[in-house]
Design a protein around this ligand. Sequence first.
Ligand code: NA7
Length: 543
Amino acid sequence: MATQHETASGAAGQSGEIEQYDVIVIGAGVTGLYALYRLRELGFTAKSFEEGSGVGGTWFWNRYPGCRFDSESYSYGYSFSEELLQEWDWKEHYSAQPDTERYLNYVADKFDLRKHIRLNSRVMSAVFDEKEDRWEVVMEDGHRARGRFLVTSVGILSAGYTPDFEGKDTFKGISCHTGRWPQEGVDMKGKRVGVIGTGASGVQLITEIAKEVGHLTVFQRTANFCAPLRNGPIDDETQKQIKASYPEIFKKCMETAGSFMHEFDTRSAMSVSPEERLEQYERLWQEPGFKKWLGNFYDVMLPGEANEDYAEFFKNKIRERVHDPVVAEMLIPKTHMFGSKRLPCESGYYEVFNQDNVLLVDVREAPIQRITETGLQTTDAEYEFEILVYATGFDAVTGSLSRLHIEGEGGKTLSDKFANGPRTFMGVQSAGFPNLFTINQASVGNFVRAAEPLVDWICEAMDYVRQNGYTCIAATPEAEADWTRHVAEEGKKILRSQADSWFVGANIPGKARGLLTSPDSAPVMRAKRAAVAEKGYEGFILR
Ligand code: NA7
């Protein structure tokens, strides 16, 4: 096993001190922190290189007003330490970003992980040394490190996307993206603000800033189905109950498709009377979180009559909440099925549009033509504001990898390989990129719940390689081809592939369309990975 800070000379044709590790982790967010913990437990030397000036990843960068969980806080935390579970008090049922960031910092301190993390370290390239079976990463500041294995814990929603509007740089006011919110915050009190985008981030931000801005213009291209979050503080009694029931909470999460606490009703919506159906819809509407999405009749999530029926229920809720019928119609989704996009949860979003100082602009009808010095111009009109917020989403899943220059065998880059869509084996590895584990390709759903078992699997795979005296684990082209075909074929059938969203890369102009993650449920994915490991890492070459 390598020791840290050993001097290597001649690596990559240069000399000088290059840090040496068994494992290099890129990123110190939710998965990066846990990977460090697990790797250390297994006796690996590991270092995480993190672009941010703090730990937390998504919860470090997305500090826009209103940013919070849509997952129940207590279903999102790490499960690996009973002590941590008992020590940490979630303040709210759906934790706000500052508290979640505080939690991840608490974890980093409690488990003494900071000494394994180099902050302010943007990785510019990662190159595989075929002779040595080692990866070398180079940071923006020239710092270099080498490791047998490379783990990309770079997040699935971390490469922010800002549309390439003409005149973007001419805007004289303040402009920022939700995913890279300034640390010092943005003072919006009494200001004229424009927001582009009404996805999960836009919905949270708009609701929050509408309380204090002078005037708000919302530029919406696609209306979304949004549902009340119904957040609230956690009182002492509930806190005790939560802490006593973690085993059941996590067990439930591990049984469901997306690792959330909610289970579908096994009945068809159409098998019950219209009265009973409506009674269930109304009951779920009053309940908090994703229950209305993931705890309803199973067939509301399948294209067809039940889905349309439930969509109509949502549309009527919007009509009830928005006073101006013209504005209400603008806010009603027309181009996609309920559940085919991520369901943003809100705390008063629709009521924002009843405020006199809020204007909704349909930029599907009249697209944005250019950004001006004082605002923006659509094909219809010109709008002025002092602050412009891009809530325009992310180049999801593959974007955070493509930003890195990852060079595998034969000098081939991962971004070239993924030009027509990701090609991986189970999301965890791509042929031609040995010893590279692309965690962010394989994880989706309630994030920590999905990430913990995935990190465990990857760490055990590295341990297996080491224990058996190998230096290399590489997905076979055949295993990769089979998996890629499986994703393409099965991916087409599921609801979340039907809309133009980040799930299928359709939000990024020119990006190949296709499901970016696994079409399988979380339990199925875990079983598939376990079977591969049991068969001595079938689908991988070990040498
Ligand atoms: P999303 O869900 O991708 O939303 C991005 C929004 O930005 C969406 O409303 C887009 O409209 C809009 N957008 C993107 N490009 C443009 C242009 N060129 N013109 C006008 N509007 C545009 O990103 P979020 O950050 O809200 O959420 C991402 C995930 O983070 C979310 O699913 C959660 O899991 C957490 P469109 O719908 O494409 O017409």
